[in-house]
Write a protein that binds this ligand. Structure first.
Ligand SMILES: O=C(O)c1ccc(O)c(O)c1
Ligand SMILES: [Mg+2]
Length: 624
């Protein structure tokens, strides 16, 4: 059987009505009503019930009821009075499950038998209204703060209207082993809340209230977790409960789609686990076809950036080999690297407009993307006439699924002016680096991982001249596709210049010193790197002196780890929003030279300021 999907209203921004509309539009079957959303709503509980019914949403849970138990008999009696009021609200709402979370109060009951007795009393009151209590251990609960402790108390209470609410955050944040959930009787598991989170070494309450993520966006294996819960016999909805400062202020319609995608992908991933499948589960999302290579990258150019970029590509050893039969698109090639310059699309704020990815089965890739709610693009704006399915990534970059045969190349006619001359050693695209809008970084993580089937690499964080940057790459198993996302961890202010967030395409070479020397000779606008960098590099990593001299001469950055080395250099920013990188990987180095990124950013600003001072061009001055 397939569990239904639900979302807690606390996940979404806006008023209760905004949230309910967004949840219904995104395809959720149910909601958890978070009490503060109800309290702030102009709708009476009965009207909320009607509204949800109109939207086709079930109300699966009302929450939270806090600090029920008390060592003071008077206070416990008062709490029962408060409970009666909420049970009446629930009767009007037409919902039958109340979440009671473990107490955080100084008067919380430490004795498990006394606590079980009070929960038993409360469950009796709830049962009189046909309501069940789902008891949840908050990770910071005063005495009950693990699922094991909450189950101990619920088992002691032994009331048929009392069971557990499991919340993956509280369980995984404390490092508890979720395998023990299998020993809890399924009928005692009344509700399941799912949240992912990044690894953070911080107070668990702050972590929970600000940094939760939708499954697949963080560091935890929610599919393994869910497998245990299903194995125990849980048959209720899969419900998201994500407290997150970014989602709390983002468009709720969009967040709800991201949220629903996370559950569809989680349900799919769980159904694909062999032992779950043997129990009759059927994956509900088409299998897809993981990308195996970069067919092309497309850059949107205008009258100003077009000639600059074309000149730079020429300097980098690329050849303008073709143009599209019907569209204003140039094809530039070198080795296996293909770059399209398109004057027919505008891309405010970003220069890379599209990626073409090789997949063994483009139809399957597109079908999976569509089932996971990715926006499918109308097939009118292909870079090629070939019937390529395309979807939009969260930042608007168009992703085309190209077969491995590169049929799309047939739509380009050879450029008459193509000179026959050797390249500069570029072999292929090494990676594509996309700076992400602040609000959509986590959504992008889920997109590249679940929709495209790429594997997330470790997250890097570094302090850069224009703010703290977080970055993470996504690759296929053979590392032929590498997409590196980065984001500043705080919203940018007015100070940060546009050079803080250009995108770039990195090209691979087997000999960067030779390539850099060749492209410099051809007039490529390579970025100058300050001497201080090389002095520090010498002190830190001490590369061979002859190599260091070459690096210094040519403006090549260097990084090294236990697996290998990384040598890379950059062009200046070309126009407003794009630059190129040349990279050489030595050994099994799989990173992106993150320690060098702040120096690169400062060097880009230095170059841009010098350009603005030298030239009268107001367009350039504006961009510095
Ligand atoms: O942060 C809280 O208070 C809170 C409330 C209800 C929950 O279900 C929860 O997991 C956390
Ligand atoms: Mg919870």
């Amino acid at each position: 059987m397939t569990p239904t999907t639900a979302v807690a209203t606390v996940c979404l921004s806006g008023t209760l009505d905004d949230k309910l509309t967004a949840a219904a539009d995104a395809g959720f079957a149910g909601v958890e009503i978070f009490e503060p959303d109800l309290v702030a709503s102009p709708l009476a509980p009965a009207a909320i019930r009607d509204r949800c019914a109109d939207l086709g949403l079930s109300i699966d849970l009302y929450q939270p009821f806090r600090d029920l138990d008390s060592t003071s008999p008077d206070r416990f009696a008062a709490n029962l009075g408060r409970l009666e009021r909420k049970l009446e609200v629930m009767r009007q709402l037409g919902t039958d499950t109340l979440l009671v979370c473990s107490s955080v109060s100084p008067d919380a009951v430490p004795d498990p038998d006394l606590l079980a007795g009070q929960l038993h009393t409360a469950a009796g009151r709830a049962a009189d209204h046909g309501i069940r209590i789902a008891y949840e251990a908050l990770a910071w609960g005063a005495h009950v703060n693990t699922y094991e402790a909450s189950w101990d108390v619920v088992a002691r209470a032994g009331h048929p209207a009392l069971g557990l609410c499991l919340d993956s955050f509280h369980i995984l944040s404390r490092g508890s082993d979720p395998a023990g959930i299998r020993d809890i009787p399924g009928e005692k598991l009344l509700f399941l809340q799912l949240a992912d989170a990044p690894h953070l070494d911080m107070d668990v309450l702050q972590w929970s209230r600000h940094h939760r993520l939708f499954p697949g966006q963080g560091a935890w294996d929610l599919s393994a977790f869910l497998t245990h819960v299903l194995a125990a016999g849980y048959r209720g909805p899969l419900s998201l409960e994500v407290f997150n400062d970014v989602f709390r202020q983002a468009d709720p319609g969009r967040t709800a789609i991201d949220a629903h995608r996370s559950l569809l992908a989680l349900r799919d991933a769980t159904a694909r686990r062999a032992h779950v499948q043997s129990a009759g589960a059927v994956p509900a999302v088409p299998t897809g076809s993981v990308p195996t290579g970069v067919a092309f990258a497309e850059v949107a150019v205008d009258a100003e950036s077009g000639p600059l970029i074309a000149r730079a590509l020429d300097g980098l050893g690329f050849t303008h080999t073709g143009h599209h039969r019907t569209k204003p698109v140039q094809l530039w090639t070198q080795g296996e690297a293909r770059l399209l310059l398109n004057t027919g699309v505008t891309r405010p704020g970003g220069a890379i407009s599209a990626l073409g990815l090789h997949t063994a089965d483009p139809g399957a890739s597109a079908a999976r993307a569509e089932a996971l709610l990715a926006p499918v693009l109308p097939r009118t704006r292909g870079p090629a006439e070939a019937d390529l399915a395309a979807i939009a990534a969260p930042d608007g970059t168009e992703v085309f699924f190209c077969g491995t045969g590169d049929d799309w190349l047939a739509d380009f006619t050879p450029a008459a002016e193509a000179p026959d001359r050797p390249g500069a050693g570029v072999t292929r695209v090494d990676h594509i680096a996309l700076t992400q809008p602040f609000d959509h970084y986590d959504e992008a993580t889920l997109f590249y991982r679940a929709v495209l089937g790429l594997t997330p690499q470790p997250t890097a964080e570094y302090a850069a001249p224009f703010g703290l940057v977080r970055s993470r790459a996504f690759t296929d198993p053979a590392e032929r596709v590498r997409i590196a996302l980065s984001v500043t961890l705080l919203r940018r202010g007015d100070w940060a210049p546009p050079v803080a967030s250009p995108q770039h395409i990195a090209f691979a070479t087997d000999d960067i010193v030779a390539t850099a020397r060749a492209v410099r000779g051809r007039g490529a606008p390579l970025l100058a790197v300050p001497d201080n960098y090389y002095d520090d590099l010498d002190a830190r990593l001490g590369p061979d002196p002859a190599l260091l001299a070459d690096l210094r001469e040519l403006g090549i950055f260097y990084d090294r780890d236990a697996d290998g080395a990384f040598l890379h250099c950059y062009t200046e920013i070309l126009g407003g929003a794009v630059f190129f990188e040349l990279v050489q990987r030595v050994g099994r180095y799989t990173g992106y030279g993150a320690p060098n990124a702040p120096v690169r950013m400062a060097a880009h600003r230095t170059a841009r300021l010098a350009l603005a001072q030298a030239g009268p061009d107001p367009a350039i001055r504006k961009l510095r």
